[in-house]
Design a protein around this ligand. Structure first.
Ligand code: NDP
Length: 354
């Protein structure tokens, strides 16, 4: 397949690139600056040299026709994976910085595909459980616990992101919910010649594809991995520091999510569906426990101990079902020990260089 991947330098997208390239597909990565091309070309240099991977620059994904020239290719594209979307709370702060690239970026690429790339038969959008879970209106604990599925939608409104006291979480959730909604709306209204598949992952954890590019963990890590760094290995933490509370207690391994993108791109029955892609529950305490078990002794004293025996969510916490992803895509999931253990080893090395 000839595949276009937006946000190609991202944490998740690098694993997607690796998965598609290893499966023999030809990939064009879209990034927004030349420095990102240079960085990712180094990471994937054998594939760049062989011509299996090339790049296109799209400096601003929210303007109309932004993707037109990136979508022109010989051979032409069969599949587009749209992963680019702001999920960095250190680099973005205003509603517009999240909402515009997320929502307009999504409609812009769908419009461009319909107009200039008639060979594309499938588009996969990386959405989020942020577009599924009702974080504000529904309690986290109920009896019996709620199980989120693909039929749930976060009922958040655009106004909630524009309120003066809106948190970055609320703004991000709004951006993902309305980006996904606009994708389904586009499909319904325009009935283009391609089909749409949407993936809805919760927190994505697991190893960095190329840890060598992380010079400063404070600025160079994606939001989800930065959260783990911040809560376990950041300067100033000690064994007896309070452990940060669990944010969203559901996770998936980045490698399994990359595999989900490959399956979403290739399994015919995936057409027209969204997929919850969730391995299970994972608390801040369990992350800290696995980090403490797997990092070198010299660093262990930096990781807040918390209450190690309380690593499971209290009863009644909402959960999510990946039944559809297992049945339709045949997806399997790594356990948290492997996911966090593999990341811990890399973060330890990064921190020891600090
Ligand atoms: P990263 O921050 O590592 O990657 C995000 C990618 O999107 C980068 O290529 C980034 O480019 C690009 N991007 C960000 N803002 C813009 C913008 N304004 N204009 C153009 N491109 C932009 O994030 P992840 O890999 O974690 O996330 C990838 C996707 O997965 C996103 O859609 C995110 O919402 C989704 N997701 C992530 C989860 C997680 O836990 N990590 C959970 C659920 C969904 P640049 O480097 O130039 O900023």
């Amino acid at each position: 397949l000839r595949v276009l991947v937006t946000g190609a330098n991202g944490y998740i997208a690098q694993h997607i690139l690796s998965t598609f390239l290893s499966a023999g597909h030809s990939v064009r990565g879209v990034v927004r600056s030349q420095s990102k091309v240079t960085q990712i070309s180094t990471t994937f240099s054998p594939f760049v040299s062989s011509g299996q991977l090339d790049f296109a620059l799209v400096p601003d994904i929210s303007v109309p026709n932004a993707f037109d020239s990136a979508l022109l290719s010989a051979p032409p594209f069969d599949v587009v994976l749209h992963t680019a979307s702001p999920f960095n709370y250190r680099a973005n702060s205003s509603p517009a910085e999240f909402l515009d690239p997320a929502i307009k970026g999504t409609t812009s690429i769908l419009q461009s595909i319909a107009r200039v790339a008639p060979s594309v038969r499938r588009v996969v959008v990386t959405s989020s459980m942020a577009a599924v879970i009702d974080f504000i209106g529904s309690p986290r604990f109920t009896n019996p616990p709620k199980t989120y599925t693909e039929s749930d939608w976060n009922p958040i409104t655009l106004e909630s992101a524009l309120a003066p006291d809106a948190s970055l979480n609320v703004i991000y959730q709004t951006s993902k919910t309305f980006a996904e909604k606009s994708a389904w709306q586009f499909m319904e209204q325009k009935r283009p010649g391609f089909d749409l598949v949407v993936l809805n992952p919760p927190m994505v954890y697991g190893p960095l594809f190329d840890p060598a590019v992380v010079r400063d963990p404070k600025t160079d890590l994606g939001e989800s991995v930065h959260g783990i760094y911040q809560n376990t290995l950041a300067p100033g933490l000690a064994e007896d520091s309070p452990l940060a509370p669990t944010g969203l207690h559901l996770y998936v391994d980045v490698r399994d999510l990359a595999q989900a993108h490959l399956l979403a791109a290739t399994v015919p029955e995936a057409a027209g569906k969204r997929f919850v892609v969730c391995a299970g529950e994972l608390t801040a305490q369990k992350i800290a426990n696995i980090m403490r078990d797997t990092t070198p002794a010299a660093l262990r004293g930096r990781i807040p101990r918390g209450e190690p025996e309380k690593e499971n969510m209290p009863e009644g916490a909402f959960t999510a079902s990946s039944g559809r992803a297992k049945e339709v895509l045949g997806l399997e999931f790594r356990d948290a020990k492997e996911t966090i253990g593999d990341l811990a080893a890399q973060l330890a090395q990064i921190v020891q260089k600090e």
